[in-house]
Design a binder for this molecule. Structure first.
Ligand SMILES: Nc1ncnc2c1ncn2[C@@H]1O[C@H](COP(=O)(O)OP(=O)(O)OP(=O)(O)O)[C@@H](O)[C@H]1O
Ligand SMILES: [Mg+2]
Length: 642
């Protein structure tokens, strides 16, 4: 009874155990004999290997292996391992009945008789991990693709940092932009790409803490390459966090925007230069126009003052008033001349000028006008080529520059004037000059210098820092205008508290112009003439008439070209025509042409306020520069009637 009981319970136990194993569908659980012949089969095995128990019992388990693995002897090796090590565990591809493959996790345990120690067989548990394997494969593949993608980007440096800022990987772009190989960069702290100044200021740490606290950091700044050169970088740092929010590190993307930045800067500079030149041109036109009108007014004032002086009784008090008025008008003349110079509209006489001789010639004047506290030093290259310029205006320009230098050194100091031959391309890269040889006259002072804003406006007409009544603000305007009109350039450089350098670039005279023969002869007295005066400005017309009549001539007045032609027609005894140049409808040159067509040897004088470009035969007519004095009239009439 007891035996039977224990037998049934044993049976039950075995049966229950069998039932349990058979119920497991997620694992293939089966046994083999010591040689590997299958001796049991469960439903899990049936499910994912596809064999019924009846067809598989008695078969060798190696049939589940691929041909390749079988040829390599893997099945036997697995059994051997299980025997020797008490257990075999591994993963690999296995073959289903229908020939498809599945990824399996296999455990093989040897079954040993506990009493005799003999090997009874093996217990095999296999799990189908195909789904997990596939997911892993896909992830690995996409990770690999992603790594490849990041790795092959060359325009951006893309790399990662650990939470402390140590570089953990390095792509090709990083290598290209920063110049470090992966082995040189990985493991280093990313602050090594910063400039020493930024490092000192704690920039790298600041960038990381902003990225950590705000999730992202973005900025432009200078970075240093391996070779020590700097580049302008656009940097983005993103914090990388785990699902739980722990900081894993940072992703860093850097772009080299040096070229873009440079191009932008160049564009801005060009724009600024264009704006400056347009501004100067506009002011030039304006001040040229004003100066022109002023010239006419001053002509009238000076002319009338001269007549009054002649007709006035000899009262010394009145004479002094007249002197004052004349002085005032003459100051006006010099002002308008500076304005005309700025507008590049003054009449220049071009001649070949030896700069060293010219500066030598005015050094006495310079020294006396600069005063004893200024030490003037000159240093000229030997055998300097002559320049093409107007001597008087050039002297004035040098005087203006020297005066500015003196004013900048109220407590005295040194002014150095040097001159050397240079190429036009050396002048200024942003505003190139016409190619060719130039003489660069440089005047350097050690005065107070100018800040950027003052320097930018220094050439503007009427810009002065010297206070009302002290400076006209036309000194540099005149120098600038003269230089440009001569085909050269005025270049100012200055630093606040250090000093100023003014460079006057003048083109070298192509072939030395013949020395000017000065025609300063004393005018011969001229017989009484019948003079036709033409001017559209009635005030100028009247004062010119008075001046000429005062010289003992008879005057006919016309206020336009048409009227002048008519008067000429009716008065065949006209000896001389003095006509204004700028007039509406018909200008002086056109009138002169028509008159000459009628009467080819008629003497004609052109009165002009500034250096208009005259074409054709008008360019050869004698010119009377406004404003003129009576003596100018005497001289030009004498010359013309000779
Ligand atoms: N060598 C210099 N050092 C410092 N500042 C200068 C120098 N030259 C010119 N400047 C600045 O440029 C301004 C303009 O100079 P500019 O010669 O045109 O006129 P000004 O000297 O003020 O007047 P003026 O020439 O009629 O005496 C000056 O007022 C001064 O502020
Ligand atoms: Mg000045």
């Amino acid at each position: 009874m007891l035996e039977k009981d224990s037998k049934t319970s044993l049976m039950n136990e075995e049966q229950r155990f069998r039932l349990l194993i058979d119920a497991v569908v997620d694992y293939a659980i089966y046994m083999t004999d010591p040689s590997g012949i299958i001796t049991s089969w469960n439903s899990g095995a049936r499910r994912f290997k596809g064999y019924e128990e009846s067809e598989i019992l008695g078969q060798h388990f190696s049939r589940f292996y691929t041909d390749q693995d079988r040829a390599a002897g893997l099945p036997q090796r697995a059994l051997d391992t299980a025997v020797h090590e008490g257990r075999f565990e591994g993963e690999g591809w296995r073959v289903r009945k229908d020939g498809t493959l599945f990824w399996s996790h296999v455990v093989i345990d040897p079954i040993i008789d506990s009493q005799s120690g003999t090997l009874l067989g093996f217990a095999k548990i296999t799990r189908d991990l195909t789904d997990r394997k596939m997911a892993e494969e896909t992830l690995k593949q996409s990770e690999q693709q992603f790594r490849l993608l990041v790795q092959s980007v060359t325009d951006y440096a893309i790399y990662m940092l650990d939470p402390q800022g140590q570089v953990t990987n390095w792509n090709q772009g990083a290598q290209r932009i920063k110049g470090y190989l992966p082995i040189e960069a990985i493991g280093q702290h990313f602050s090594m790409f910063y400039t020493p100044e930024d490092r000192e200021a704690g920039e790298p740490q600041r960038a990381l803490s902003i990225a950590a606290s705000e999730g992202r950091f973005e900025k432009k700044g200078w970075r240093v390459r391996k070779d020590g050169t700097r580049f302008m970088a656009h940097v983005v740092i993103d914090a990388i966090r785990s699902d739980t929010g722990a900081l894993l590190g940072f992703a860093k993307i850097t772009r080299d925007i040096t070229d873009v930045t440079k191009a932008q800067e160049a564009l801005e500079q060009a724009r600024e230069a264009l704006f400056q030149s347009q501004k100067l041109q506009a002011i030039g036109q304006l001040s040229g126009g004003i100066a022109h009108d002023f010239n006419n007014l001053l002509t009238v004032i000076l002319g009338n003052l001269e007549i009054v002086r002649k007709r006035m009784p000899g009262d010394p008090k009145l004479a002094q008033l007249l002197d004052n008025a004349t002085q005032g008008a003459l100051r006006g003349v010099s002002l308008t001349q500076r304005m005309l110079a700025f507008a590049r509209r003054q009449k220049l006489t071009y001649e070949s000028v030896e700069l060293s001789a010219l500066v030598q010639g005015i050094s006495g004047l310079l020294q006396s006008s600069l005063g004893p506290s200024i030490h003037l030093q000159t240093c000229f290259a030997e055998a300097l080529s002559p320049v093409l310029a107007d001597v008087n205006q050039l002297e004035l320009a040098i005087l203006n520059l020297a005066t500015n230098a003196r004013d900048a050194m109220p407590h005295g100091g040194q002014i150095t004037i040097t001159a050397e031959e240079r190429q036009g391309s050396d002048a200024a890269p942003d505003k190139p000059m016409a190619p060719g040889r130039y003489i660069c006259l440089t005047m350097t002072d050690e005065g107070e210098g100018m800040d950027e804003a003052t320097l930018a406006s220094a050439v503007d007409p009427f810009f002065t820092t010297k206070g009302v009544g002290k400076g006209t603000g036309l000194g540099l305007s005149m120098v600038h205008g003269l230089a440009e009109q001569l085909g050269g350039r005025l270049i100012l450089r200055s630093q606040k508290g250090v000093g100023t350098t003014a460079q006057l670039w003048l083109p070298v005279a192509a072939n030395p112009a013949p020395d000017k023969v000065s025609v300063q002869e004393t005018p011969q007295p001229v017989d009484e003439l019948r003079v036709l005066v033409v001017d559209d400005d009635s005030l100028v017309l009247t004062s010119t008439r008075l001046l000429i009549e005062d010289l003992g001539h008879r005057v006919l007045c016309a206020s336009s070209g048409a009227q002048a032609l008519e008067l000429h027609e009716r008065n065949p005894d006209i000896d001389l025509v003095i006509t204004d140049m700028a007039m509406p409808q018909m200008d002086g040159a056109q009138l002169a042409k028509l008159l000459r067509d009628r009467q080819p040897n008629l003497p004609i004088i052109l009165a002009t306020g500034y250096a208009e470009r005259l074409e054709g035969f008008a360019a050869h007519l004698p010119r009377l520069i406004k404003p003129f004095k009576q003596i100018d009239l005497v001289q030009i009439i004498a010359q013309t009637m000779k």
